[in-house]
Design a protein around this ligand. Sequence first.
Ligand code: AVJ
Length: 337
Amino acid sequence: MNIPLEGASVRSRKLERFKCQAVPAARVVPTLAEDVLQGFARRPRVLPPKYFYDALGSELFDQICDTPEYYPTRTEARLLDQSAHSIICQVKPEHIIELGSGTSRKTAHLFEACEANGLEPSYWPFDVCEEVLHAAAEALLEAHPWLSVQALIGDYSAGLAHLPQPAGRRLFVFLGGTIGNLTPEESIAFLSELRGLMREGDAFLLGADRTKAPRLLQAAYDDASGLTAEFNRNVLNVINRALRGDFNPHAFDHLALYNEALQRIEMYLVARHDQEVHLMALERRYGFLHGERILTEISRKFTAESLTAELRAARLNPIRHYQTEDQYFSLVLAQPS
Ligand code: AVJ
């Protein structure tokens, strides 16, 4: 096979279409040490799910997405593929701003729809990791010669007040069902903050996972190959590194339960025996009793009604609801009301 070499001019034109800027936090964000101190003072003890995603955790999450049990990623990708044309034609965005963009793999469907409809929006991916932003942009710039990427480095949960405000119609996107990691109160606060940035004509596309048979949900969060268990335990390695701790991840079992009353998956680490853990950087020791649980993640599941109600509570008006035939996953397009 003949692989063409990328010429210097092609490369520089690609670079010209990529810009990168930091988005400073708009509020004080607790440090990992503060989160652990706070979370371990509660019962059950809790840890914020954002600490899952070190290099290994991000890699494990990618692998989870390819397991037969974890349906959300592939279902959302298929749904986005099917609905991208409709979304783009309704919004006609001049800018696409994605919160927590990661690899931007699913978002690619939106750019294909733009191209097919003669629209050339610029892309503003917002993510904590600069390397990930670079890699994602590289692929998109290669695929779409008209595209310009304005990468935003920062933590969207630290506030949106310092997001750049380009003129022109904007489509904000928040995919993956990550909204489910927030409690209803946190979610409405986050959506309201986003709503506050939006102007007439702007739109918001939200991906959210749906309620379904508990056995399907539990399997998705406890895959047979054990990747989710490893992903869950890895947060203890993250804490060990950050706080000079001596957690033994193997002294904890992975547990995923569907809480029907709260319509959410709860992921726990369960102590396999009585033990004491020393976190040197905190100068603290924590005892764990056999069977004691640490709540490491909630992942809320929505009905069409609960999803719509949550958007409305943030003064966002759903204008289109895209769902797969099996109703496994939803994409809702909303406008400020
Ligand atoms: C990335 C937050 C959408 O809640 O389904 C996957 C994370 N946790 N398996 C989810 C996760 C366990 C995932 N989100």
